[in-house]
Design a protein around this ligand. Sequence first.
Ligand SMILES: [Zn+2]
Length: 441
Amino acid sequence: MRRIHRRALAVTLLVALILGLTGLYAARQMLYGGSWAGFPSNGDAFISGRIRAGTIKDRDGEVLYAVRDGEGRWAEDETTRVASLHLIGDRAGFIGSGAMFHYAGTILGYDPINGLYSPNGQGGVLELSIDADAQRAAWEALKGRRGAVIVTDYVTGEIVCMVSSPSFDPEDPPEIPADDTSGVYLNRPLSAAYTPGSIFKLVTLAAAIENLDDLFERDFHCSGSAKIGGGTVTCGRAHGDMKIEDALAESCNCTFAALAVELGGETLKEYADRFGLTSRQEVDDMRTAAGRFDVGEAGSFDLGWSGAGQYHDLVNPAAMVRFVAAIAGRGDTPRLTLQRDYTHLGVTRDHILAATTAEKLGEIMEYAVQRTYGPDNFPGLKLHAKSGTAEVGTEKPNAWFVGYIDDPLHPYAFAVCVENAGSGASQAGKVANAVLQACTQ
Ligand SMILES: [Zn+2]
């Protein structure tokens, strides 16, 4: 009897194990079936690197890519094709961020219940959160210069614009030499990390707001240069006497380098880490490039410059827009997505900044627009922003402009970086204005 009991127990355990594994497999198939089915080497899903069926549309239903009679075609309009190359993907499959690879299950019309592609062979429709008008506006405003433009809805996390330059027409791809150094296949908003320059002062300012009780009562003085840690930090001109709001609006290096030294490298690093600027961030199943903040020696010249966004600092544009979205969202930032209405079941938000700090930062960014950037340069937009002009050892610095608009109908946060373009506010600021005008039409 005892033996029978033991056998019955063994059989029960075995059955439980099989049921458990089957359940696990079913659950994983529900979750990942689309991406398994859409794996580029799956012959049922892809023909010579291109997806076999389906359509990719923008948020207003404009077709960005469609397969008809077995032939995949990009958008009809050339500017749309070039502006959205890194978003959709290229013919040869060199662009790893292409939607046709990352959302293949949806595009093919994969059904997770029965594991079949759309029975009529037409495939499915992927609705991107992207606005094709904003894509074209960003591309045209870049005027052939290299750079990254990303705009996201800070309430839902939907990315409405993501443009990378240089680019090419996927319907007529050029010969690209093997030793090409332009990074043409790189989707810069997701995969590049740039020296931030003065946009990093938002991080230093956040740390100062939370750690220096008398920050808003203090008087700062800039004579155009300051001795810090055995070196000299310089400003473009002597900013004179000012409060912290003016120091940000004027982007005073002397003030921010001194604040960085006072706060200490460990504190600044803690804030950069907390804001997600040093780690890889998620955009659906993709990951951004990680940024970098090296702790300079206490009291040093390097630490001073790191607090002003130079030294070894690096940030990724998507991670930066996620941080700015937290300023707009009273400390909460939504998970980024490229899929339209993906968030109907609820938005996942990360709380990365105290609400009161976010509010203060937002006020000072609005003040910077009023005082320095000029509201007339951004007609109709309730803009909050910070510019950056990042020295990168080339003739002209990289131009940055980041911020958000206070507009319940168009709650957009943005990050624009134009490489070797010169002044942040005038060069990247112009691109940001063109894109935001298109987004708010
Ligand atoms: Zn100064």
